[in-house]
Design a binder for this molecule. Sequence first.
Ligand code: NCD
Length: 316
Amino acid sequence: MTFRSRHLLGIEYLNPDEITSILDKADQYVELNRSNIKHSEVLSGLTQINMFFENSTRTQASFELAGKRLGADVMNMAMEASSLKKGETLIDTALTLNAMHPDLLVVRHPNSGAVNLLAEKVNCAVLNAGDGTHEHPTQALLDALTIRRAKGRLHRLSIAICGDILHSRVARSNILLLGKMENRIRLIGPKTLMPTGISDFGVEVFDDLREGLKDVDVVMMLRLQKERMDGGFVPSEREYYHRFGLDKNKLSYAKKDAIVMHPGPMNRGVEIDGTLADDINHSVIQEQVEMGVAVRMAAMELLINARHPKKSADTI
Ligand code: NCD
């Protein structure tokens, strides 16, 4: 297995072989997670600290469960929003934690680049659980695993990423990953929520959902990231739903067997119709959550193996 990086900071730093290795390993963990005894000793004796400087439900729970199922000692730090003063505070926190000898640090932070900065200051493996509008690598990996299992491959697919692209680290990591695996990517959303110059990244851009969804294999919806907006990016949620909300009618422009994805948290009736989100004939939203635990187990194992090759004999 060829895993070069000391950290998992972004899809930017992974090559297609490394992406495939994580997904292959994660496939094995899906089986473990579906069995009666969901336990392995791969990380036994190791310490994992989760530091979430920003709210999270599924990502934090998923990382915690992943570490526990691999036998690590897992600690969740309660990072109060009030202690968030950036710069020195972040570095000081990192140095303090580093002195306790953790083996894995899982970090979510509202500032783009903060997790990279922190990784430079500590000795252990750092996993980026989302930094500002920059990257969210494990989300893109779990999305990739969900797509690969549903479609039987992860190349030459037509994939639409729809909604608030501008503020979305999920979109950014997915564009990088799906591009590296040679898929056709379409970005669909209002012009106000589309980063300038994005078409230089080898993607097609649409501001009409029906037109953009024509014959795609995968439809990935994104949340309107209101906490990152400091102005009126959309006229109203009603108007937004009318034009960019996914419902059965708009989905009918995609391929018949198209899958519908959403990283969560979902705003039903804003970017997606609630009934469609629950329609198991199209929606793989629950599978995404399931794949999240497996992908994080795989990523943590591969990072630890890259640092302590001896541990690699002990696999599932
Ligand atoms: C995403 C995030 O936090 O970047 N959620 C997640 O991790 N599942 C997307 C979002 O907040 O909309």
